[in-house]
Design a protein. Structure first.
Length: 250
């Protein structure tokens, strides 16, 4: 791996980028954010991708995290981004504006890579599940440190809908839930994922991990729980790692 990498994390409201020190996972200088264009069409977002790269005058491999199922560069789902993304070859589209195809991967998988290498999952073997609680619920599943991509455990069905609609951090905001009420929902969710995967460790990440003092004491689970160390930067760090690793499936 090169010493530095470049990662972009694309979300429903913002597109964030930074140069990353690949030996420590630290961001080199502040990350730069541009609002996600509305409508968030692939072409409009490709333009913002070039603006982010140009801002840092970055030359080299680029990693891009998207809130979607991404297989071999192609987007296969669009829960919280424009539906026109479905079936788009994102690696080819971004490659056409960047000059070379970036490594495109799911945002929670990217966050998981960062936590497993440099954060709360460092050195952990067995089954480790990284969950991100934000607009949706993202999941990155690791078996002995290797990523099983695109698990999409925010879309487990609960009362006829994706459970993320009920238990993501956005549900707390939307329904004005207390931390106690929201934590109760997270506990239900953790019980379901525990039944399915019996994880050795669950790492709780995403925006909600920044205020873990408000809810962690209310979490009841048979699983060992840890709080993510990189919160909202994890997607950028993992994307930068993926761009320069031959070990992560494209
Ligand atoms: C998407 C996932 C994403 C998660 C977190 C879900 O709605 O389906 O692909 O990882 O949100 O952004």
């Amino acid at each position: 791996m090169e010493r530095t990498g470049f990662g972009i994390d694309i979300g429903g409201s913002g597109m964030k980028a930074a140069i990353v020190d690949l030996e420590s996972g630290a961001l080199i200088a502040d990350r730069y954010r541009i609002n996600t264009p509305q409508p968030a069409t692939p072409e409009a977002m490709a333009t913002v991708v070039t603006e982010l790269v140009d801002h840092f005058e970055w030359q080299g491999p680029v990693g891009i995290a998207l809130p979607s199922v991404v297989r071999h560069g192609v987007v296969h789902s669009a829960a919280n981004i424009d539906a026109s993304w479905i079936d788009v070859d994102a690696a080819a589209l971004f490659g056409s504006v960047l000059g070379a195809p970036p490594h495109v991967l799911n945002d929670a998988d990217a966050a998981g890579l960062a936590e497993m290498s440099f954060g709360a999952g460092r050195g952990r073997n067995g089954v480790v599940l990284v969950l991100t609680f934000g607009t949706g619920i993202g999941s990155g599943l690791f078996i002995n440190g290797r990523l099983v991509p695109n698990t999409e455990l925010g879309h487990l069905e609960y009362h006829g809908d994706s459970i993320e609609k009920w238990a993501a951090a956005s549900a707390k905001q939307r329904e004005k839930l207390s931390w106690r009420k929201w934590a109760e929902r997270v506990n239900v969710y953790l019980e379901i994922v525990d039944k399915l995967f019996s994880p050795d460790l669950v790492i709780m990440g995403g925006g909600a991990s920044k205020s873990s003092e408000k809810w962690l004491s209310r979490i009841e689970s048979r699983c060992e729980i840890a709080i993510a160390e990189f919160a909202n930067s994890a997607g950028i760090i993992g994307a930068a790692m993926a761009a320069q690793s031959s070990d992560i499936a494209r």
